[in-house]
Design a binder for this molecule. Structure first.
Ligand code: HEM
Length: 263
C-alpha cells in the first residue's frame, strides 16, 4: 500500500508540472487566437538606478521578473519586446492578453511591486479587445480565401504597433460604404500578407483610440511599402490619428530579455 502511495506521489510530481505547462500553453493559444480577449500594451523605461546596479544584483532583480511572469502565466498570455535602441519612447514592451482586464491589472501590479518592477517607469498603457471581423463576412469568396493565407513573419521578427483613431465622419457612414472601403483596404494590403502578420484590437471606449494595430515582420521594407500603399486608399482619409507613437521593437523570449538586461 505504502509503495502504491509513493508511486502515486511520484507520478503526480512528474505529470503535475507537465499538465500545468500543457494547460498554460493551450490557454495561451486560446487567448492569442479567440475573439473577446483583452489585449494590453504596457510600455516601460528602466530608471537611472538600473544602470548603477552591479551584474549580480541585476540578476537577482531579473529573477523576480521571471517569477512574476511564471506566477501569472496560467491566466494571462505575456509577450515581451525589446524597444531599447530602436525607440526613444521606452525600453520594454509587455503585450498581455487576458479574458478579463482585471487579470492584466493584477499582473501589472505584481510586476510593478517586484524587485525588478521598482526600476520600471511606466511610459504608457493601451487597451483593446479582439473581435470577430466586421467586414470580412461580406467580402467576395476569393478575397476571403486569399485572407486565409498563412503569414510567415520570418525568423527574427520586429514588432510594430500603431494606434489609430478614425473620424466621427467614418463612424457616421452606413455599413455598406464602410465595407466597400475596407474591401479596397484589403485589396492593397493582401500582397503583404505573406511576410506581415497582423492582429487588430478594438479600443473605442476602452482608451482614447479606436484601434491598436499590431504587426510582426522580418521585412521592414515590405511593411514600409504596405503603409505607403494604404495611405492612398479612400478609407485612410478618415484616419485622425496614425501612430503617435508608432512603437517598433524586436520580439524576444523572456530568457533573452533577462540575458540582455543582465549585462
Ligand atoms: C498584411 C496587411 C494587412 C491586411 C491583409 C489587412 C486586412 C484587413 C482586413 C481584412 C480588415 C477588416 C477586418 C474586419 O472585417 O473587421 C482590416 C481592418 C483594419 N486594418 Fe488592416 N490589413 C493589413 C494591414 C494594415 C495596416 C498596415 C494598417 C495600419 C497601420 C491597418 C489598419 C487597419 C485598421 C485600423 C482596421 C480596422 C478598420 C475599421 O474597422 O474601421 N491594416 N484590415
Amino acid at each position: 500500500m505504502r509503495s502504491f502511495v509513493a508511486a502515486l506521489i511520484l507520478v503526480g510530481l512528474i505529470v503535475g508540472p507537465w499538465l500545468s505547462d500543457t494547460r498554460a500553453a493551450s490557454d495561451r493559444e486560446k487567448l492569442l487566437t479567440e475573439p473577446g480577449v483583452y489585449g494590453t500594451f504596457a510600455l516601460f523605461a528602466l530608471n537611472e538606478e538600473w544602470a548603477k546596479q552591479d551584474p549580480a544584483m541585476r540578476i537577482v532583480r531579473l529573477t523576480s521578473l521571471k517569477g512574476v511572469v511564471e506566477q501569472h502565466r496560467e491566466h494571462v498570455a505575456i509577450d515581451v519586446y525589446l524597444l531599447r535602441g530602436l525607440s526613444d519612447h521606452a525600453d520594454l514592451l509587455f503585450r498581455i492578453h487576458a479574458a478579463e482586464l482585471r487579470q492584466t491589472q493584477e499582473f501589472l501590479l505584481d510586476l510593478k511591486s517586484s524587485q525588478f518592477g521598482r526600476h520600471l517607469k511606466t511610459v504608457g498603457v493601451m487597451h483593446g479587445l479582439t473581435k470577430t471581423p466586421n467586414y470580412v463576412p461580406g467580402f467576395s469568396e476569393q478575397m476571403k480565401a486569399d485572407l486565409k493565407a498563412v503569414s510567415e513573419p520570418g525568423q527574427h521578427p520586429y514588432a510594430i504597433i500603431i494606434p489609430i483613431r478614425k473620424s466621427a465622419e467614418w463612424w457616421g457612414l452606413d455599413q455598406e460604404k464602410r465595407a466597400a472601403m475596407m474591401q479596397e483596404h484589403t485589396a492593397v494590403t493582401l500582397p503583404y500578407l505573406k511576410t506581415v502578420k497582423r492582429k487588430l484590437y478594438h479600443s473605442s471606449g476602452l482608451d482614447d483610440l479606436d484601434f491598436i494595430t499590431y504587426f510582426e515582420t522580418s521585412k521592414l521594407e515590405d511593411f514600409h511599402r504596405l503603409v505607403l500603399s494604404l495611405e492612398n486608399v479612400q478609407e485612410f482619409r478618415y484616419t485622425r490619428r496614425f501612430g503617435n507613437p508608432t512603437i517598433l521593437g524586436t520580439m524576444k523570449s523572456l530568457d533573452e530579455i533577462v540575458e540582455l538586461l543582465a549585462q
